[in-house]
Design a protein around this ligand. Structure first.
Ligand SMILES: NC(=O)C1=CN([C@@H]2O[C@H](COP(=O)(O)OP(=O)(O)OC[C@H]3O[C@@H](n4cnc5c(N)ncnc54)[C@H](O)[C@@H]3O)[C@@H](O)[C@H]2O)C=CC1
Ligand SMILES: CC(=O)C(=O)O
Length: 378
């Protein structure tokens, strides 16, 4: 198979979808790997290291997309990349389609086989989302602590407090991978930490993990309103796989926060859980003020720590890439139900139910769409 890896073009996105070790594995198995020149620089991988591992470097993104049977990326394609789509192209990357209706329409129009990292699912876990959620969760508390400092627009609170002075209050809404990792760091920073989740069993597990260093609280509008009003830092960490995030923190709740408090909405890649977050921000301009509260809504947080993130992401993605390349897509999907759950678009159809519901498409069973796809390609 010909595998292409273009350079990421999102603001400050320095991750890359393959490492030299991945190239060596694929080229050792007889595949051709085409990488855009400079794609690995931000993650510390030079063109020559990729070449030594067996890749062929191409100058232009257009060459990579046109040559490849399967394109590997990190972030969802941006509008300037939609022109590269073509029928039967396999695109393996984060897609977050519930929050990206134009991208969904372009994938459907061009009959791209869009496999989303974030919906590949094994035993109710999301193995290709988990490593980046670990990174973003840990970053969320660090970033929140930074933006609570006065020079960054915050209220001038040190989360740990000091002897004789209260700790800062952190509320984490969503106790999954992001929430757990945000809690680890917030506890480490010495904050007063509350974690909320809908699932009482998850709250039991969190209490087993963290003991008395956290307060757990069931997630409902009443409890969220009380916790948000009392918080210095609120972290959004909710996910309903594939679906648009529910707006759990209302405008009135944001207005109830004390001036220069901070919200870090990690769930922004699925649309965000905060009503007053109406835009995605970038690493260049990560925050804006609304109702006197600092809002942070960067959708590619791990892009800021690319050396850690690229390794963590590709450790998880490479086995799936190798399976698709070695077996071909049809056999790989037949033999790996986890991977099949990643297929969001095929044959011009929307094959992931939660995305279809949120964007108003008819949901077509993935098996049916794949029969059409493979018939069209044969
Ligand atoms: N902004 C960024 O750069 C990044 C964003 N993310 C995003 O962070 C979000 C969270 O991801 P994970 O922690 O991996 O998901 P997860 O599936 O591990 O955890 C989500 C948690 O939300 C809980 N939940 C669902 N509905 C809820 C509600 N109404 N109230 C409270 N809790 C509720 C679930 O029970 C679950 O425990 C996702 O949208 C993910 O894509 C992940 C990595 C990077
Ligand atoms: C999960 C995701 O969207 C990211 O790592 O950027």
């Amino acid at each position: 198979m010909r595998i292409g890896v273009p350079k990421e073009i999102k603001n400050n996105e320095n991750r890359v979808a393959i490492t030299p070790a991945g190239v060596a594995t694929l080229s050792g198995a007889g595949h051709e790997v085409y990488i855009q020149s400079g794609a690995g620089t931000g993650s510390g991988f030079t063109d020559s290291v990729y070449e030594q591992a067996g890749a062929q470097m191409l100058d232009e993104a257009s060459q990579v997309w046109a040559t490849a049977d399967m394109v590997l990326k990190v972030k969802e394609p941006l509008p300037s990349e939609y022109g590269y789509f073509r029928e039967g192209l396999i695109l393996f990357t984060y897609l977050h389609l519930a929050a990206e209706p134009k991208l969904a329409a372009a994938l459907i129009e061009h009959k791209v086989i869009g496999i989303a990292y974030e919906t590949v699912e094994v035993n109710r876990t999301l193995p290709l989302l988990t490593p980046m959620s670990e990174v973003a969760g840990r970053m969320a508390s660090q970033i929140g602590a930074q933006f609570l400092e006065s020079p960054h627009g915050g209220k001038g609170i040190l989360l740990s407090g000091v002897p004789g002075v209260k700790k800062g209050k952190v509320t984490i809404i969503g106790g999954g991978v992001v929430g757990t990792n945000a809690a680890k760091m917030a506890i480490g920073l010495g904050a007063d930490v509350t974690i909320m989740d809908l699932n009482p069993d998850r709250l039991r597990q969190l209490e087993d993990i963290f003991g008395s260093s956290i307060q757990t609280l069931i997630s409902n509008p009443y409890n969220i309103a009380e916790a948000v009003a009392a918080s210095d830092l609120v972290i959004g960490a909710v996910l309903i796989p594939g679906a648009k995030a529910p707006k759990l923190v209302t405008e009135a709740m944001v207005q109830s926060m004390s001036p220069s408090s901070v919200i870090v909405d990690v769930a922004i890649d699925q649309g965000g859980i905060v009503e007053t977050i109406d835009r995605i921000t970038t690493h260049n301009e990560p925050t804006y003020m609304k109702h006197g509260v600092v809002h942070y809504a960067v959708a590619n947080m791990p892009g800021a720590v690319p050396r850690t993130s690229t390794m963590a992401l590709t450790n998880a993605t490479l086995p799936y890439v190798v399976q698709i390349a070695n077996q071909g897509l049809r056999v790989a999907l037949e033999s790996n139900p986890a991977l099949k759950l990643g297929v969001n678009t095929a044959a011009g159809r929307m094959t992931y139910a939660a995305v279809a519901r949120d964007l108003g498409y008819t949901h077509v069973d993935v098996n049916e769409a794949l029969v059409e796809t493979f018939a069209a390609l044969s």
